[in-house]
Design a protein around this ligand. Structure first.
Ligand code: ADP
Length: 484
């Protein structure tokens, strides 16, 4: 049976839960320490007090003013103290209150004190017990007292017994007060916590909800949507990222539209020409000339190269064309590629280099890079119809540049020309047949090689496109033989 998927908890619910748990834990800790452990804590404190008082008495056992010291201590701490020798003879004894106490009974009989001395002396010289006070309260109850007996030896070698008694006041009433306090405190904290949690949740979730709505609109294809960058830092950053994504999407959308317009134009023009010339040649026998056939062949070639560009780029971008790296002579490769342009008699292609350079790369793809750059330079070249190629080597890298003296590219467009389908001149001219894919193919191939590339351009004076690849050692087997 299909189980219904549970809806995940919202931001508000999660923050509320977090605060709820925190308040519960704090309340439970308060209750544990203030209420449950109050009595044990109090008892521990009392015991420590009694032991500390015993130590003070021990320090004064030999002194003349032992009695004064004991009296003072008794007044300051509220602890009743009796000091005796080993025979039960009382040396000092002070009561903290008028109430009947345990020590009253003891100190009345020297024999009892002597017995206590012997008993404690035999059992380790120290005794701590919590016993019931002999004093009966008005309500018939009896409080507890801490009774501490210690036997010690004075510097003069005399045995002494110090007996201390301290009353443990019942904490019931304090506990009740604290219980009310803890309950009130927990309730107030809970109310404040809920208010704070709701406030924080609202502050965080409001911009997120707005962003969600915006993202839905964006998803429906409205790329003009913008997201308000407000709220917490992370939320602002998210809005910034979404704005960037929307901007990029609208750019791609614009490029896609351009491409569709350009590609359909580019496809239609040669097709119209081929169809027109074909019909003329069919209907007018005298027009069946080699020149007209050449026009048809040229137009078919244009179509092929456009379709090839589109295919190449989609394959490069999909990563289905693996690099077939070999060590080859780059300089030679450029030289032989330039021979292809021999039939363009109007153009000059000076190529400057100092020595032949080898690289580890995919020869076919690097040739395509140079070919695309030279083709662009021809398309956009100036009156002098000169395309200059230079090869320089620096710090283990070879740089190839292609310079034309054409119209140049505006500075603000330099970054965009590497994008797919981008054309500086949106008005599609028949003379400039580019598909807007050439530089994108160049970029993809060089990125695959880990090479660097760039362009410098001055409007009205021309542009220089360049790329760099690491130089490879010339391997012995690939040493060039004599070349014609
Ligand atoms: P296209 O096939 O349209 O030439 P590219 O990707 O090769 O496409 O180039 C993109 C755009 O960059 C071109 O449309 C053109 O506007 C500009 N461009 C490329 N090379 C040059 C150049 N040598 N001189 C001037 N502009 C150029």
């Amino acid at each position: 049976m299909a189980r219904r998927k549970r809806r995940p908890m919202g931001l508000r619910g999660q923050i509320l839960c977090g605060f709820g748990v925190l308040i519960l834990v704090v309340g439970a800790l308060l209750w544990l320490f203030q209420i449950v452990l109050l009595e044990p804590f109090y008892r521990t404190v009392k015991t420590a007090e009694v032991k500390a008082a015993a130590e003070v008495v021990q320090r004064h056992l030999d002194s003349e003013d032992l009695d004064d010291q004991v009296e003072q201590l008794c007044l300051n701490t509220g602890i009743s103290i009796v000091v005796t020798d080993e025979m039960g003879q009382m040396l000092s004894g002070w009561k903290a209150s008028r109430k009947e106490c345990y020590l009253d009974n003891l100190s009345q009989s020297r024999l009892r004190l002597a017995d206590l001395f012997d008993d404690v002396n035999l059992n380790g010289g120290r005794r701590l017990e919590v016993v019931r006070s002999p004093f009966v309260n008005q309500d018939g109850t009896r409080n507890q007292v801490v009774l501490y007996v210690t036997i010690c030896r004075t510097p003069a070698g005399l045995n002494r017994m110090v007996v201390l008694e301290s009353e443990i006041t019942p904490v019931d009433s304090i506990r009740e007060t604290l219980l009310v306090q803890v309950t009130t405190l927990t309730a107030v904290t809970a109310a404040l916590g809920v208010a704070l949690a709701l406030f924080i949740a609202r502050r965080i979730s409001r911009p997120l909800t707005a962003m969600n709505e915006g993202a839905k609109v964006l998803g429906r294809g409205d790329y003009a949507t913008r997201f308000e960058e407000r709220g917490a830092r992370e939320v602002r950053e998210l809005a910034g990222t979404l704005n960037y994504a929307a901007q990029e999407l609208s750019k791609v959308e614009g490029l896609r539209r351009d491409l569709l317009a350009n590609v359909s134009h580019d496809l239609r023009t040669p097709l119209t020409m081929i169809k027109g010339y074909g019909e003329v040649m069919r209907d007018l026998p005298g027009e069946n000339t080699p020149e007209n056939v050449q026009v048809i062949i040229d137009e078919a070639e244009r179509l092929t190269s456009l379709v090839n560009d589109l295919l190449d780029l989609s394959k490069l971008e999909a990563g289905v064309l693996p690099l077939e790296k070999t060590r080859f002579n780059l300089t030679e490769s450029i030289r032989s590629m330039l021979h292809r342009y021999d039939k363009l008699a109007d153009y000059r292609f000076p190529f400057y280099f100092q020595q032949d350079v080898w690289v580890d790369a995919d020869e076919l793809k690097i040739s395509q890079v140079v070919y695309n750059l030279v083709n662009n330079a021809i398309t956009y070249s100036g009156q002098d119809k000169t395309i200059t190629l230079r090869q320089t080597v620096e710090e283990g890298k070879v740089r190839v540049s292609v310079t034309d003296t054409g119209e140049g590219i505006p500075q603000d467009k330099l970054k965009d020309i590497w994008e797919r389908y981008y054309k500086v001149d949106k008005e599609h001219k028949r003379a400039q047949m580019g598909s807007g894919l050439g530089l994108s193919i160049v970029k993809n191939i060089l990125d695959m090689h880990g090479g660097t590339y760039g362009v410098t351009s001055t409007l009205g004076q021309g542009s220089t496109f360049w790329f760099e690849l690491p130089v490879a050692q010339q391997s012995p087997e690939s040493l060039p033989g004599p070349r014609g």
